[in-house]
Ligand binder design. Structure first.
Ligand SMILES: NC(=O)C1=CN([C@@H]2O[C@H](COP(=O)(O)OP(=O)(O)OC[C@H]3O[C@@H](n4cnc5c(N)ncnc54)[C@H](OP(=O)(O)O)[C@@H]3O)[C@@H](O)[C@H]2O)C=CC1
Ligand SMILES: O=C(O)[C@@H]1CCC=N1
Length: 299
């Protein structure tokens, strides 16, 4: 369900949550790129927010703002920045390298009660407090499946976030998928696992598809079989609640095809490769954080 600007109804002002309705004011996305679009699509298409309560701004890419306005019915922050002054929640969605400039650009416009929700990899709550002052701040790590309401998001909040704002932020993030509250330091691991995760899965699909084509299948048939295999395996994990190792054993006939396939994975140190993948991404998330906090200290 997607609300449109002419779709006036009081219920559209509210987040609908299982535990009741949570009132939410306007939201401004500072940095309206791919991740912002994924979240906007999730909350607008999911009926979580009315698009008239959602504003977007960029540094210079006005064409992108027009595209988002056309596609989702959201509004563009005007040069006087009125939307920033009125906003109840600011979503920071720039690249880590641009966050200091973005915070310097908006700091003077925010009302003192505005809360902040960051989706930026690596950048700490302390860095945001440094740039935007002491205020309620949530640091999250969603993923691009937010576009279809299937994000796996981790979030951590500072002490200034009260119960009401916490519910609002959790409700907003629930609108784009599942949410897990974690310690701030654990967000580096969340980033490595589920923030970057969709890319690993797509990479694996590319590899499976190439291998299937080499074995004589058409790309179309291979693609359909792979997608259904991922969907089926993931639904089995969720619905049966079984350990993955048990489900794997159920597929593996003694001396059969699966055993041959798994042996090839083991011979090529599959688990070591995956461990290195997650570890490298985790380390990079920490690097992005320390780069941005040392930039703060230089300023
Ligand atoms: N992509 C992903 O899968 C995920 C990304 N993230 C995080 O989301 C963040 C955004 O990533 P992504 O959406 O891919 O990046 P994009 O490059 O698509 O978008 C970044 C946006 O920030 C804008 N911007 C830059 N400087 C400023 C500024 N000073 N004021 C306002 N806007 C500004 C850019 O506008 P302009 O072009 O005008 O400069 C651009 O539209 C990153 O920090 C990333 O770590 C988190 C989870 C998953
Ligand atoms: O690659 C990145 O840095 C971002 C963070 C998680 C997914 N994309």
């Amino acid at each position: 369900m997607r609300f449109r600007p002419d779709d006036i109804g009081t219920e559209a002002h509210f987040f609908i949550h299982l535990k009741g309705m949570v009132r939410m004011g306007t939201i401004v996305f500072v940095g309206a790129g791919s991740m912002a679009e994924a979240i906007i699509a999730g909350i607008v298409d999911g009926g979580v927010m009315h698009p008239r309560d959602v504003f977007v701004m960029n540094k210079s890419d006005d064409d992108r703002l027009s595209y988002l306005q056309q596609k989702y019915g959201v509004s563009i922050v005007c040069p006087e920045r009125k939307a920033l002054r009125d906003a109840e929640l600011i979503v920071l969605g720039t690249k880590p390298k641009d966050i200091h400039q973005a915070m310097a650009d908006i700091a003077g416009f925010l009302n003192e009660n505005a809360a902040v929700l960051s989706v930026i990899a690596g950048v700490s709550i302390a860095t945001i407090e440094c740039g935007l002052g002491s205020r309620p701040i949530a640091r999250s790590m969603p993923n691009t499946s937010a576009t279809i309401g299937k994000s796996a998001t981790g979030v951590s909040m500072n002490h200034a976030v009260d119960e009401q704002m916490k519910r609002r932020i959790l409700t907003l993030l629930s609108g784009i998928g599942i949410v897990k509250e974690v310690q701030e330091d654990e967000l580096h691991a969340v980033t490595a696992l589920s923030g970057s995760g969709p890319a690993y899965i797509y990479y694996m699909v590319e590899a499976l598809e190439e291998a299937a084509i080499t074995e004589g299948l058409s790309k179309e048939i291979a693609r359909e079989l792979i997608i259904q295999t991922f969907e089926g395996a993931s639904a089995m994990l969720r619905q049966t609640g079984e350990e993955p190792s048990v489900l794997r054993t159920n597929v593996t006939s003694p001396n059969g095809t699966t055993e041959a396939g798994i042996k090839a994975l083991e011979k090529n140190s599959f688990k070591k490769i995956i461990a290195e993948c997650i570890q490298s991404a985790e380390t990079r998330s920490r690097e992005l954080g320390s780069t941005s906090s040392s930039a703060t200290m230089k300023e």
